[in-house]
Design a protein around this ligand. Structure first.
Ligand code: ATP
Ligand code: MG
Length: 668
């Protein structure tokens, strides 16, 4: 007698059910999708005990004829596709013809359904794989599916179900997500007789989004981007609201709710430089691509998909978000940030004549040790630090000074003219600035024309009174972003960052083990402004530096850049040299926050290095700033594309309204 047997249909169904039905929320998902496929306008979902005892879904969709109702309970019976090719042009959720028989195989199952052309409905009951004979029943047009005692005949599965609240949470998350994609459909979810969600039909996604998120909706901004057949729309959380685990991270591809790595990565890189490490922004995003470019049949429960050109889709999501996010965060910032103009309205002790001789701004003591071929006139100062070693450089003391990036002639020749013209004549000055039309949103009727620079707090924050609000700007973060944007413009060209040649090289000690890496990455380093020469005596001679960097900060910057290069290359060595240890720390930090350098594009890698350069050259917290420098900084902020967040994602500014401040003192 043969030992190989064909399994009975109900056993096949039970086995297949393992793939389709994992928990109550997967039952809800399948039944909800069927109701939407049946064009329902109102759907009610009732749960008892997290769905364990009961999942009941009632819809007012098309309903089924008695014959179809019976057929629908058989495996691979579907009204949604006829051939495999139909999968590429799918407009329904269902296509496998598996959901109903799978759910019926692992529960006490009832289907009631009625079409509008029929006088009565039909009811079929399935238990232990046996369907009852269809019976006529009175009901409204539509369908009702009742799933009792989920996994009653699969105790092993039942054991895996979690606490009621957890199971309910899964279903709620699903229904919320689906409610956004199908905002025109009225949705009600009750649990143990109580309303959990009750959403009337909405006219627009925005209306449904606001109904669902209530007060939290204001943390989000709308995005909308189209390129060819690619479309991305929805809502994304403002970068400063990102959390370690966002409340909503909902992504749809061609109307299908998916947890897709490609889209997720695209979103996260869209926020590069806008959120702090480890924080994830919330989003509700609808991605539409040509259906021919997506394989929806990549996973039995249909929550995973495959793109034929995944990198392209990921890049498009990133580009789309960056474009929109930058625009919105920037414009929000512009609407509240004081412009350079505000400096005109200074308190008397801040007037130019009162700080002009301040030692803080006295750059005559600044001895340049570099020959800058990009700059004219020729540099002042001599070769005081020729061939200086790191130790010697460090022992030269911690001179407080402003970064060349902020105060250099080159960068400010245009601004300086304004300063000259403005000196003592605020009316004239005001006109000049406005005529430029570039200083951020400066215009004579700009609300911030009234803002006043109040001063510096802890040599770290710049304080402004803007209309009724108190604004605090992080000077380092702000300058860092401005520099980053300026550097990003420079690096686009063939030559990379502008370099300043050193008359005598700066010697930086390095461990011999990294010599090979340095040789390989010589071009990268040159692109970043460092011309290097590897010497036999465990050091590197730097023949040039990026223009922005000050000589006494160059070695630390070089170390940081090299440490990152080592971490990117996955360099590992037991060497105890500080540089190798620094690289290890960087690699670990990236690991902790899930950054995989191998996945970064060339452009992202360069941006990473630019952020390092910007960080090392920006004015530090602790550096005193006089109003003129503040003004210059603001002017430059107005000339770059974006400055709302530092390149590491920290916000650059915070704002409190007068009532916020009043609350601090219980005045309201
Ligand atoms: N709520 C409903 N209203 C009207 N018809 C329905 C409803 N639910 C199911 N059907 C019909 O029963 C068929 C079988 O449903 P089932 O969910 O098992 O498979 P499917 O939706 O075609 O594919 P999938 O297994 O991918 O969900 C559907 O193709 C549809 O014609
Ligand atoms: Mg279905």
């Amino acid at each position: 007698m043969s030992v190989v047997r064909k399994l009975p249909e109900h056993v096949i169904n039970q086995i297949k059910a393992g793939e389709v039905v994992e928990r109550p929320s997967s039952v809800v998902k399948e039944l909800l999708e069927n109701a939407i496929d049946a064009q329902a306008q109102e759907i009610e979902i009732e749960l008892l005990d997290g769905g364990r005892q009961l999942v009941r879904i009632v819809d007012n969709g098309s309903g089924m004829s008695p014959e179809d109702a019976l057929l629908a309970l058989e495996r691979h019976a579907t009204s949604k596709i006829l051939s495999f090719e139909d999968l590429h042009q799918l407009s329904t959720f269902g296509f496998r013809g598996e959901a109903l028989p799978s759910i019926a195989a692992v529960s006490d199952f009832t289907l009631r359904t009625r079409r509008s052309v029929d006088a009565t409905g039909v009811e079929i009951h399935v238990r232990d794989g046996h369907a009852s004979a269809p019976q006529a029943c009175g009901m409204a047009v539509g369908s009702e599916v009742i799933v009792r005692d989920l996994f009653c005949n699969v105790p092993a599965r039942r054991k895996f179900l979690r606490a009621t609240a957890t199971e309910l949470g899964h279903t709620l998350e699903l229904v919320q997500a689906m409610s956004l994609a199908y905002y025109r459909v009225g949705l009600r979810l009750t649990h143990n007789g109580r309303d959990v969600l009750n959403l009337p039909p909405a006219q627009s996604l925005e209306q449904r989004f606001k109904a669902l998120l209530a007060g939290e909706a204001s943390e989000y901004v709308a995005v909308n981007y189209q390129k060819g057949s690619f479309l991305l729309e929805g809502f994304v959380q403002k970068p400063e609201m990102a959390r370690p685990v966002p409340r909503y991270f909902i992504t749809f591809v061609n109307g299908r709710l998916v947890k897709d790595r490609i889209v997720r990565n695209g979103v996260l890189s869209g926020y590069t430089g806008l959120t702090m490490k480890g924080l994830v922004p919330g989003c509700v995003l609808f991605v539409s691509v040509d259906p021919a470019l997506v394989d929806v049949n990549a996973h039995p429960n249909k929550t995973e998909i495959r793109f034929t050109d995944a990198p392209l889709v990921q890049d498009l999501v990133t580009i789309a978000l960056q474009a929109d996010l930058r625009r919105t965060t920037q414009s929000q910032m512009l609407s509240t940030l004081p412009t350079a103009e505000t400096i005109v309205r200074m308190r008397p002790e801040m007037r130019r004549e009162n700080w002009l001789d301040d030692k803080v701004t006295n750059h005559q003591n600044h001895t340049s040790v570099v020959q800058n071929y990009d700059r004219s006139p020729a540099p002042t100062g001599g070769m005081a630090s020729a061939g200086v070693s790191r130790a010697a450089e460090q022992s030269s003391g911690q001179r407080r000074s402003f970064e060349p990036g902020l105060s250099s002639e080159k960068n400010f020749s245009a601004v300086a003219k304004h300063v000259e013209r403005a000196s003592g004549k605020s009316a004239n000055y005001q006109q000049t600035i406005f005529a430029r039309g570039q200083a951020g949103a400066a215009s004579s009727n700009h609300p911030l024309a009234e803002a006043t620079y109040l001063g510096q707090y802890k040599n770290c924050y710049l304080l402004f009174e803007a209309k009724e609000d108190l604004l605090v700007v992080d000077q380092h973060a702000f300058h860092e972003r401005v520099l980053f944007e300026e550097l990003a413009l420079q690096i686009e060209g063939e030559r990379g960052l502008a370099r300043q040649s050193l008359l005598a090289p700066l010697m930086v000690p390095v461990p011999p083990a990294i010599g090979e890496v340095l040789n390989e990455e010589e071009a990268t380093l040159r692109h970043l402004g460092f011309e290097i020469e590897l010497l036999a005596n465990r050091s590197v001679a730097l023949h040039s530096l990026p223009t922005q960097v000050e000589f006494n900060k160059a070695a630390a910057l070089f170390d940081d850049v090299v440490a990152k290069i080592l971490a990117i290359k996955g360099f590992s060595s037991s060497d105890a040299h500080p540089l190798v240890q620094q690289a290890r720390r960087v690699g670990q930090e990236w690991l902790d926050v899930g950054v995989r350098p191998a996945n970064l594009t060339r452009k992202e890698l360069f941006h990473l290095h630019l952020a390092t350069v910007a960080c090392h050259t920006a004015v530090r917290s602790g550096d005193p700033m006089n109003p003129e420098l503040v003004r210059r900084l603001l002017l430059r902020g107005g000339e770059v594309d974006f400055f709302a967040h530092c390149p590491h994602g920290r916000p650059v500014w915070r704002r409190w309204t007068d009532s916020d401040v009043a609350q601090w003192f219980s005045r309201v």
